[in-house]
Design a protein around this ligand. Structure first.
Ligand code: ADP
Length: 190
């Protein structure tokens, strides 16, 4: 299996690139943000539980993530691998993911971060708010999501550097340019 984490701050383009990578390499794309938004739309028990958390830009509690991930992964028998988008976001989640990979008899292969500076992110997310009307794309909530990224998620870079699985690409440029940079790294590692 080839298991890949698309890493980066909110609004860095993880979703766009993840879809392209999954398509090119025949991997299963798992976006925790998409899973939560679908649960909210369908007003499920989980959706109702996480709705206010997400609208404030906070993180859904770690305990909930591992079961959600496991059932999302088990929907696909014998996959060639996964592209994780929006997960892991905390050290606990990174450890849980290693555990889940072990249960599958596999391991994480590569983590690539999209590097985008704060001003660009805020601009992109405010534009997305106009286009898509996501409730977590208001300026205050965006700043909260960025703070949480810096405090809780960005430190994971060290975790993956230590395992020699980390690379970063410039996340500012055209979708295709960024995609090509990511593919170069994947092709070296595969
Ligand atoms: P973005 O990357 O633009 O911040 P996502 O679509 O990945 O947005 O996630 C939207 C929201 O869903 C997050 O702000 C958070 O509240 C919740 N969420 C998604 N993934 C996780 C996760 N792994 N752990 C905790 N909360 C999560």
């Amino acid at each position: 299996m080839f298991n890949f984490i698309m890493f980066g701050p909110p609004g860095s383009g993880k979703g766009t690139q993840s879809i392209k990578i999954a398509e090119k390499y025949g991997l299963v794309h798992i976006s925790t943000g998409d899973i939560f938004r679908s649960e909210i739309r369908n007003k499920t028990v989980l959706g109702l539980k996480v709705q206010s958390i997400i609208e404030k830009g906070e993180l859904v509690p770690d305990e909930l993530l591992v079961d959600i991930l496991r059932s999302a992964m088990h929907r696909y028998p014998n996959p060639d691998g996964f592209v994780f988008d929006g997960f892991p976001r905390t050290l606990r989640q990174a450890n849980d993911l290693d555990q889940l990979m072990q249960e599958e008899g596999s391991a994480m292969s590569l983590v690539v971060a999209l590097e985008v500076h704060d001003q660009e992110i805020i601009g992109r997310l405010l534009k997305r708010a106009e286009l898509e009307g996501r409730k977590d794309d208001t300026e205050d909530v965006i700043r909260n999501r960025l703070d949480i990224y810096l405090g809780q998620t960005k430190p994971l870079i060290e975790f993956y550097i230590e395992q020699d699985k980390f690379a970063a690409v410039d996340g500012v440029g055209s979708v295709d340019e960024i995609f090509n940079s990511i593919c170069e790294i994947i092709d070296q590692k595969k």
